[in-house]
Design a binder for this molecule. Sequence first.
Ligand SMILES: [Zn+2]
Length: 418
Amino acid sequence: MQPEHQALVSPPALEPFLLHNRLMRTCEICSGTHIRQLHRQDFLVPGSGEASHYDVVVCENCGFTFADNIPAQLEQSAYYEDSERHLHAADLPAGLAEAHRTFFEFVLATHPHLQKEAAILDVGSSMGHFLNRFKIAGFTNIQGLEPSTAASELARDTYGISVTPLALENYLPGHQFDLITLCGVLEHLVALRETVNRIDSLCAEEGFLFIAVPDAGNFGNQSPREPFLEFALEHINFFTARSLDNLLLPHGFRAVAKTSLWNDFYANHYLLALYEKHPATQKTIVPDSAGRDSLTRYIALSHARLSSIAADIDALRVSAEPIVVWGAGSLASRLCATTSLPECNVISFIDSNLQLHGRTLHGKPIRAPDWLKDKSELTVFVASYVYGDQIKKTLLDMFNWHGRIITLNPDCISQAVR
Ligand SMILES: [Zn+2]
């Protein structure tokens, strides 16, 4: 690790490359190849049921923390799972709407001179939930970008917002934007530097960039609600306030304002940052050890949390009672790979995500909630923290559930109701 005060000049980017069907990355910030493993995250790839993993690593040169040695098929499956998830206004969870509200208020508070006619682009806009905040506030020149035709149609029909159904690399609008927003985007991307190059070309000189990402500098500051949540298979970049600066400074973006806000929905801190593209920006990066230290604490805290969940799952294995697991996403895939869940008597997985229906997890089918009709005697294991309460309510109200419902919570993993 370099001394904290020593600045590094960012060398040319080295692209991620494929090796035995796995994506190998060098540091996307400093191109450093000297990386050290902090943790190996095991999971099952949804659809294939195949056990896989990625490595959480730190760049010994600049301190950036990220996932390396990533299974190549993950990019595709994670992308679909994520981009199609909230494609109906009615399905937008209240917690996510609240996050969008705080993001929007941060932009207005830190950029008070933003004109109502400013050209605004939201990258990774889904169907325009976040952009609609701007529309309601009277902004007239707003544009979304999301590589999904369904998202584009829903944005038009629901909010009257234009969303171009293209990937960033294929988007050539012919003009630049005064403000570009990326909410929950940068933590997903393999080719980070290439993305920032594209963003740079789309941003007007003295234009602004708003970014919201999970705050890796805060991961280790409290016991996690869900163990290893931050290493969900679609999350592959772990930014601190400094490493986000280090990514953007070489492109001429300087920080105007930054804050770390607690987000109830995801039970983590989000880093919100506003950058200005300015010719006088000092284009050197400063090494940072905050990510390494925070992730090291987080990994220890997650192991402690997981061990209590694993003990309760083991009780289900011993009892061999037939169970249905509601939740076939990241958490279920991690539990299948790291606990005795696959040896339990699982008869089906349930998930409301249409993209997962018809697939399998560890050889067991993933079905829609409707399948539970007439099966209300079964035990349900709810493999979701974020939607746990909502799932329990659905079981009780819609299916008049009589069987045990086992939910997870930070203090007491399993609770039988009724
Ligand atoms: Zn680096």
